[in-house]
Design a protein around this ligand. Structure first.
Ligand code: GLN
Ligand code: ZN
Length: 765
């Protein structure tokens, strides 16, 4: 008998109940008990949905972040919150976001609402989920606090849940944290392991049989001392009374497969979506008494599983493994939306191709029945699934022969500018007549409540399209006027008409659709709703040209056209599983190229193509970076490089470590790149200096994430630091990123100072 289990379930709720409960508590509009009741209700619902499984996860629920939960379980708190005497949950929020609810702090710690520095956040492997990075020091001590896990376990038991507690393994926990001094965090392992042993024993005392211990770091390249740490750690943990299911996901084990097979655990979970090619090797290497859990349902996408195709290879495996086989989603379902049934507006045909978390669990049950009772027992389900898979595969909405033909004809010439940079730069200078240290901004101006309200009312049908367009034009006119008064050199239209830099284009491209409730947690209470790329991409008509033309008509200064690049559109969408990412990216590139050429034809001579998400698309393993960079760079080049020499192409990337990918950045061959640098004292420019980056650069001098207004001297100083690294004649002066989250009363003084700084530089450098 194959058993079914799940690695984790989304905790935000099908209608983002947790988000609203958290934000209301933080604003002091509800009590801690009300928040806790919403959380308990969500756990109960989630377990009820997982009732059909042989084992359901416990401890996967989190008020903010599962890594931060683990830090609290292990007693690994930053010093700045250790002396807090208030409620533990409030202290937890202080680490997560710098503060808790206001009333929770009264009378405590000087009544200053307990404001502390928020924990650093970073992306969880190659997902868009952000965790709070554990802090380590040479003297970090650990101390078990199992209360959260034990309480959830008791709740689960009371509900009759077949519980499998989920924790993050010790090696991954250390590896994803950071030293706050010059110690080596691996040296903490010896101090950490006894706390894990104590935790596992505490779970065993509650009658727990299996514990899922997540070690996703095993799908990355490990240095020798980290490999050794695994052996040491699992030797120590084997001395407890629970059975351990070592969970790996998001990729292949490759050279770590032998290591995994050698560890003294009772079972191993392998992501069979990404590492299907390693199933046989793992079976061969793993001792014959071990459980093998195969992740056969994709936990990272929203597509129905081809159940018949899975059974074709899984049935023979199940014959071979018998009771040793478990099946599950490939990873925690945290990374997919909760329930497709909520989608009442979604196109019925497309909906029939999709599965969210709840539907994926049903798929899992169908597979288990097919294995345990024979496929005939789920004949109707398998036939319906086959029909949906075939309908999607053959749908004319997915397949556009003209797009496929264009992709087949791609050649290197498409991505090549007509002349080298030096020739272009001279022609652009003659046309644009910009001063030294030209000033510009990154695209968006404040998204005021007026703008958001107009959009909301337009979408709700309360105002006509004409009055919506009128309102947006008025916003554009306002921002153009302000930029002229500021005396900026290259203006932008301000992006008032855009809700989001990806959604805006997705809504206008064929091949995209949108869900209503397809939310996925990004961090804490923040969720994103990625657009769904389901078919071959084409552009029915120009998307931005009218706005840019209108904005240009208001000024004699150059108006910068503003587009999102193909790689960023791709990386922030749910993408197809029926073709390589690279092909979807090339399709997006061709559509965006047509937009670039239309802008050029409309007289726009500066065009910016944002690639904010280029770096975050890098694969987990370095060995695969180059392949990704090759198609990502080529996609950008196809988009940008069809223009005449006189047209100046800009690109923009948010905070980026460019050292290890600088060659690819140069290969984009953009005339100007603007980047986020103000917080790093221009040190990020070292990569450009060492590489002798040949084109123009605008290093950000205004940290737009902060309400602070930088003064002129500060910005002059930063630009002088920049000029030590990049020749002054190739420098631009601009903020770090778009201004949409700021207020006009912050933006105006900051940009006034920025323009003054540029004028000072023109005289002195
Ligand atoms: N052009 C976009 C803006 O200004 C860029 C945003 C980004 O880089 N994330 O808002
Ligand atoms: Zn940015």
């Amino acid at each position: 008998m194959a058993r079914t289990h799940n690695l984790g379930f989304p905790r935000i709720g099908a209608k983002r109940e947790l988000k609203f409960a958290l934000e209301s508590y933080w604003k002091d509009q509800s009590s801690r008990d009300e928040l806790k009741a919403v959380a308990a209700g969500l756990r109960q619902q989630n377990w009820a949905l997982q009732n059909q499984l042989d084992l359901a996860p416990v401890g996967d629920f989190s008020f903010y972040d599962q890594v931060l939960d683990m830090s609290f379980t292990l007693g690994c708190l930053p010093n700045r919150v250790r002396d807090f005497h208030g409620d533990a949950l409030d202290n937890y929020f202080r680490v997560a976001r710098g503060r808790s609810a206001k009333s929770s702090e009264e009378g405590c710690c000087g009544g200053n609402h307990g404001g502390v520095a928020a924990g650093e956040m970073t992306k969880w492997f190659d997902t868009n989920y952000h965790y709070i990075v554990p802090d380590f020091k040479a003297d970090t001590e650990f101390k078990l606090d199992a209360s959260r896990l034990l309480a959830q376990l008791a709740e689960a038991k009371a509900q009759g849940v077949k519980a499998k507690p989920v924790i993050i393994g010790p090696v991954t926990y250390l590896s994803i944290g950071k030293e706050k001094d010059d110690s080596n965090r691996l040296e903490l392992l010896g101090r950490l392991l006894p706390v894990y042993v104590e935790l596992l024993n505490a779970l065993a005392a509650q009658g727990v049989e299996w514990v899922q211990i997540d070690e996703p770091i095993l799908v990355t390249e490990l240095e020798a001392d980290w490999v050794k740490a695994f052996t040491q750690a699992y030797q120590a943990l084997s001395d407890t009374k629970v059975k351990l299911l070592l969970a790996t996901y998001f990729g292949q084990l490759q050279s770590n497969l032998e290591l995994v097979a050698s560890l003294p655990v009772q079972g191993v979970h392998l992501d069979a979506i990404n590492a299907g090619n390693e199933v046989d090797a793992l079976i061969a290497k793993l001792p014959a008494d071990r459980v093998i859990s195969l992740g056969v349902i994709n936990g990272r996408n929203i597509w129905k599983t081809d159940l018949n195709a899975v059974l074709e290879w899984l049935l023979p495996v199940s014959k071979q493994l018998g009771d040793r086989l478990w099946i599950a989603p490939s990873c925690s379902l945290l990374h997919v939306p909760v329930d497709l049934d909520s989608e009442v507006k979604l196109d019925a045909e497309i909906k029939s191709w999709l599965a969210f978390a709840k539907q994926k669990l049903t798929e899992l049950s169908v597979l288990a029945t097919a294995i345990n009772q024979g496929p005939a027992a789920v004949k109707a389900e398998l036939e319906a699934n086959a029909a949906a898979i075939a309908a999607r595969r053959n749908s004319p909405r997915v397949n556009n022969p003209a797009v496929k033909a264009a992709i087949a004809k791609l050649d290197a010439k498409l991505g090549q500018r007509k002349s080298p940079y030096a020739t272009r730069a001279a022609k652009q200078a003659a046309l644009l007549k910009l001063p030294k240290f030209p000033t510009t901004t990154i695209g968006s101006f404040p998204q005021t409540s007026d703008i958001r309200q107009a959009r909301r009312r337009f979408k709700a049908g309360e105002i006509s399209e004409a009055s919506y367009l009128q309102a947006m034009r008025a916003e554009i006119a306002y921002s153009v006027r302000e930029q002229e008064l500021l005396d900026l050199d290259v203006l932008v239209h301000g992006e008032a008409e855009r809700n989001d830099m990806v959604e805006y284009f997705g809504e206008q491209l064929d091949g995209y659709t949108f869900s209503q409730f397809g939310w996925v947690q990004s961090y804490g209470s923040r969720c994103v709703k990625p657009p769904i790329l389901f078919g071959d991409i084409s552009r029915p008509k120009a998307m931005t040209v009218e706005w840019s033309k209108y904005a240009q008509s208001l000024t004699r200064k150059p108006m910068k056209g503003m587009l999102t690049g193909p790689v960023t559109i791709l990386n922030w969408s749910f993408v197809r599983d029926d073709q390589p990412r690279s092909i979807s990216c090339y399709q997006l590139a061709l559509a965006m190229r047509a937009e670039v050429l239309d802008l050029e034809k409309a007289g726009i001579s500066v065009i910016q193509i944002d690639e904010a998400a280029l770096r975050e698309g890098l694969p987990l393993r370095r060995a695969q970076w180059q392949e990704y960079l090759d198609w990502a760079v080529e996609s950008f080049r196809i988009t940008a490089n069809g223009v005449e020499d006189e047209t100046q192409i800009h690109t923009h990337m948010c905070y980026s470590e460019f050292n290890d990918i600088i060659k690819s950045i140069a290969d984009l061959d953009a005339d100007v790149i603007t980047i986020e640098t103000s917080r790093s004292d221009m040190e990020l420019l070292d990569a450009f200096k060492n590489f002798e980056y040949p084109n123009e650069i605008g290093p950000g001098v205004y940290d737009i994430h902060s309400p602070n207004i930088p003064n002129q001297d500060y910005m002059v100083k930063l630009m002088k630091l920049a000029a030590e690294r990049v020749p002054a004649e190739r420098l631009w002066v601009n903020p770090d990123c778009g201004l949409k989250t700021r207020q006009w009363n912050e933006v105006i003084p900051a940009l006034t100072n920025m323009v003054e700084a540029a004028k000072t530089l023109r005289k002195s450098v």
